[in-house]
Design a protein around this ligand. Structure first.
Ligand SMILES: Cc1cc2nc3c(=O)[nH]c(=O)nc-3n(C[C@H](O)[C@H](O)[C@H](O)COP(=O)(O)O)c2cc1C
Length: 162
């Protein structure tokens, strides 16, 4: 199966999850593309990151980023929780995605305190459902667990049905 993992990561937690997921999916025989998203101007200060996330502003995708889901049978989108929201570049990416209708989508967030993790997943879900996407699972992973390969495998095996 042709699979896409699109993610953003500032302090590498979501990146670790995405790389673990890549390995998991490849072992299952899926042809998997990894798309690391970066804003053209990446906010470096906590306050700018938090305000941008909450207001869904301040992140622009560079030219040439593939936002087209056609050709993929399953899509994973992974984001850190920022200010009870997805990172702004993830909201921006989702708003630009095309050919989302009837696509099977998994959502992943990594989080610190856990405050707002469900809200962040719900925001991602609602934007994609409006485009006709089908959300198969919403997965949240604590930033304390990102290096626990065994734990990640358990979560992936439990939640991912492809
Ligand atoms: C600007 C900012 C805002 C954050 N807001 C939240 C939050 O609202 N809730 C939460 O549980 N964690 C929050 N965190 C913690 C991150 O979600 C967590 O550390 C995540 O794993 C970081 O992912 P990354 O290393 O891929 O960037 C925030 C972190 C930053 C930098």
């Amino acid at each position: 199966m042709k699979v896409l993992i699109a993610y953003y990561s500032f302090t590498h937690n979501t990146e670790k999850i995405s790389l673990g997921l890549l390995e998991f999916l490849k072992e299952k025989g899926h042809q998997t593309d990894l798309l690391g998203l970066k804003p053209q101007k990446e906010a470096q200060k906590f306050i700018h990151q938090a305000v941008g996330a909450f207001t869904k502003t301040g992140a622009e995708l560079g030219d040439g980023v593939n936002c087209d889901f056609s050709g993929y049978e399953a899509i994973f989108i992974a984001s850190p929780v920022w200010a009870f929201s997805p990172a702004p570049i993830i909201s921006e990416y989702i708003s630009k995605t095309q050919n989302v209708k009837a696509k099977n989508i998994y959502l992943i967030v990594t989080y610190g305190s856990g405050l707002g993790k469900n809200r962040a997943l719900d925001i991602m879900e609602s934007a994609l459902v409006k485009k006709g996407g089908v959300i198969l699972a919403k997965i949240d992973i604590s930033d304390k667990k990102v290096k626990d390969a065994l734990y990640l495998r358990e979560i992936f095996s439990k939640e991912i049905e492809i």
